[in-house]
Design a protein around this ligand. Sequence first.
Ligand code: MTE
Length: 408
Amino acid sequence: MPGIKGPSDYSREPRRHPSLKINAKEPFNAEPTRSDLISSYVTPVDFFYKRNHGPIPVVDDIERYSISLRGLVENSKELFMKDIWKLPKYTVTATLQCAGNRRTAMSKSRTVRGVGWDISAIGNENLRNRLDRMEKSQIAVWGGAKLADVLKLVGIPYLTSITQSGGKHVEFVSIDKCKEEKGGPYKASIPLNQATNPEADVLLAYEMNGEPLNRDHGYPLRVVVPGVIGARSVKWLDSINIIAEECQGFFMQKDYKMFPPTVNWDNINWSTRRPQMDFPVQSAICSLEDVCVVKHGKITIKGYAVSGGGRGIERVDVSIDGGKSWVEATRYQRIGIPYIADDSGSDKWAWVFFEAEANIPQSAEIVAKAVDIAANVQPESIDSIWNLRGILNTSWHRVQVRVGQANL
Ligand code: MTE
């Protein structure tokens, strides 16, 4: 494609913040430390997790960069950045979470395949369209055009489930080269009725934090699908295809599917499961490491909670006795303003931070579990949700603390 290249080696990788924990070097996969992750409600670009499957593409000429829209539509179209910039710009606050978040803990229960992640393969971006209501210094802005508006340009109206020629899915194809795709590009799809629903807030984003996207996060243009596992938010967009069946690419058909604990690499049949879309309810404690020493007295237990599909967080429970008894944590998106799920002042697609104080006895197992507005609750044990790819570890997050010469 003119204007952008997908290199086949790692000689032109961007610079990254030195404090990131690198989980794999090539392709580059890294996450922030727990304390950096919760240093602010909107994650600074430097601390935003980076999940790649190949070398980072290089844009050498933004004027020549374009995406094509084709497939089961009446009129195909080629759009340049100037065409996309002309569309109404929206900003929405949304949490992106990799399905592999917390995989390292799952692999301790039984081996799984995939890059290991602690609890920080997650980040919160601001894509909000009511910027005036926010304290600007606290937010990072991801801005872009709504996919629903882009699809209107090829004659697909809002809230369409099927095009006249039978298109039911919207496929996003990248420019990068992935070994899983035998050197071909990363791709994924979402249903057309989600893509054409302006309320679903699916964006073709070109900004993060009021700045053009950086290379790691998809410069010059990426998809952001709020409430859905990060794997569907395709970076470095090359084309959008309207197709009859969901995308047949590796990452839709042979990855990012949730299998039961009985399925192993000898009996797996990929076609029996659907590609994962919404992520389930999740929470994690970020103010403590999994095993740590704390000072005698009161400590603050702090972390994040989020659910997929735009479902808000109803409650976060915290225990200091391994889950025998619980207290409810306070939740907030803006400091000093209590969070109410579904309240028009809350960010529908975004995580909440939670906080609880506790006096720790000599030693304790501290646990967090979240409940979303549909009363979905995190499962207690890893074993009940173990799966061979190690995705969607949403089990209760547990940390072991001991009172002593503190490192806190
Ligand atoms: N898009 C492309 N083109 N290539 C990729 O490797 N990784 C996906 C998704 N989009 C990926 C991609 C996955 S698995 C995740 S979790 C998110 O991007 C991560 O986005 P981030 O690196 O901006 O945090």
